[in-house]
Design a protein around this ligand. Structure first.
Ligand SMILES: *Cc1c(COP(=O)(O)O)cnc(C)c1O
Length: 430
């Protein structure tokens, strides 16, 4: 690899006028050390930095790039859309087409509102749940991340976990006083909360397959249990499918597990690499949203024609190519390869995966919840990450995130990563 000379210069200049040099915390590589490469371009499964280094990319922009980067059909669609104008502040047919696609793939979504990010989707869904039920409280799960919504930044995963921040200053205690966080995969903890706060809980929000504490699949019966308990207690379950939507299946975790949530949040893939989020669900709940109902939510760039075009084209390609079986096979191959290599090198590794999401936890036993995840050896992860980056493989720069396999990855790419990981493990094992 060439030295990160130009990257270092740019990062240093940025650090003077942008907090931490980055526009989203995890990009700064704080948990793994070293200056981050500054990216110039991306194509297929590969990123190129400003120093001319190429990386096999397993970050996929943290989830959206399931087709790989710069898919020619998506690029052409965006170019064509841009010629017709980039924003009108008035409705387009494209928005209707995307809404129809979402409702087709997610039968539980009878009515949907487009916003501009995943954070906006969860924030709005929560407001709606509170408006609909007339109740104040929300239950979330330790290690799940739902964007940087004030009341949801309690025991949150992703960058909050990566930087080891328990909560965050700037959020008055009153704002999180109505939030309760319980361990994932623990139905009795949820049941106890419903008993303690009977009649007060508006919503239970969760990542059906948490990806923001690393991949932690739900144990059998857990998701069903959450839906049943919420319904029994008159609260709304909100499935945050910002990562899992169009990733585990076209219809996300709900399709994969045969479930139906009253409210669903989407983001990432639904924008095909441009900024979109969406929230939707049962018609009787969604009709509370303004202008049909009194719960206010709005956005200047909501349903932006470029973003909607990129999303629509991405969903069209996923529908046509049906890549899910192939993606899962590649992921299983990667999981098996990493586990073998780690074992041969004497490195304790738990490879956890679901569909095309995977996390190698440097842990001795299965990771079932956030406490287990926090037991993983993050120092070892950091060494592994740097070893892989030096070998030209770009992973998420944190133990508490996922590897994303895309349609642009080939079996040869996977085998290449496995053999590089083997070399890095052997150095770690010493
Ligand atoms: C990324 C993410 C969000 C937030 O989406 P942004 O577009 O970053 O605001 C919310 N929920 C989950 C599960 C996510 O992974």
């Amino acid at each position: 690899m060439r030295p990160l000379k130009r990257s270092g210069e740019i990062f240093e200049r940025a650090s003077k006028i942008v907090p931490g040099g980055v526009n989203s915390p995890v990009r700064a590589f704080k948990a793994v050390g070293g200056a981050p490469p500054i990216i110039r371009s991306a194509k297929g499964a590969r990123l190129t930095d400003v120093d001319g280094n190429q990386y096999l990319d397993f970050l996929g922009s943290w989830g959206p790039m399931i087709l790989g980067h710069s898919h020619p059909e998506v690029v052409a669609a965006i170019q064509e859309a841009a010629e017709r104008g980039t924003s009108y502040g008035a409705s387009t047919e494209l928005e209707l087409l995307l809404a129809e696609k979402i409702c087709t793939f997610f039968p539980s979504v009878e009515c949907v509102r487009l916003v501009s990010s995943g954070t906006e989707a969860t924030m709005s869904a929560l407001r709606l749940a509170r408006g609909f039920t007339g109740r104040p409280m929300v239950v979330k799960f330790d290690g799940c991340y739902h964007g940087h919504v004030d009341s949801l930044l309690v025991k949150a995963g992703s960058g909050v976990a990566t930087l080891g921040i328990p909560g965050t200053p700037g959020i008055p205690a009153e704002f999180t006083a109505h939030t309760v966080s319980v361990p994932f995969n623990d139905l009795s903890a949820l049941e106890a909360v419903f008993e303690r706060h009977a009649g007060k809980i508006a919503a239970v929000i969760l990542e059906p397959v948490p990806a923001n504490m690393g991949i932690v699949p739900p144990v059998s019966g857990f998701l069903e249990g959450v839906l049943t308990l919420a319904e029994k207690n008159g609260s709304l379950a909100i499935f945050d499918e910002v990562i899992t939507g169009f990733r585990l299946a076209l219809g996300g975790a709900q399709e994969k597990y045969g479930l139906s949530a009253p409210l669903t949040c989407l983001g990432k893939i639904v924008g095909g690499g441009l900024p979109i989020g969406a929230y939707g669900g049962k018609r009787e709940i969604m009709k509370m949203i303004a202008p049909e109902g009194p719960v206010y939510q709005a956005g200047t760039l909501s349903g932006n024609p470029l973003a909607v075009t990129a999303g629509l084209k991405t969903l069209e390609i996923l529908e046509r190519e049906k890549p899910y079986e192939r993606l899962e096979k590649l992921t299983q191959r990667l999981a098996g390869g990493l586990a073998d290599q780690a074992q041969q090198a004497g490195v304790a590794l738990q490879v956890q995966h679901c569909a095309s999401l995977l996390t190698p936890f440097f842990a001795r036993s299965l990771v079932k919840n956030f406490d287990d995840a926090l037991d993983a050896d993050t120092t070892r992860f950091a060494s592994f990450f740097r070893g892989m980056l030096n070998a030209g493989v770009y992973l998420a720069p944190s133990q508490f995130e996922a590897i994303f396999i895309s349609m642009a990855h080939t079996q040869a790419d996977i085998d290449d990563v496995v053999s590089k990981a083997g070399e890095v493990f052997r150095k770690l094992g010493k």
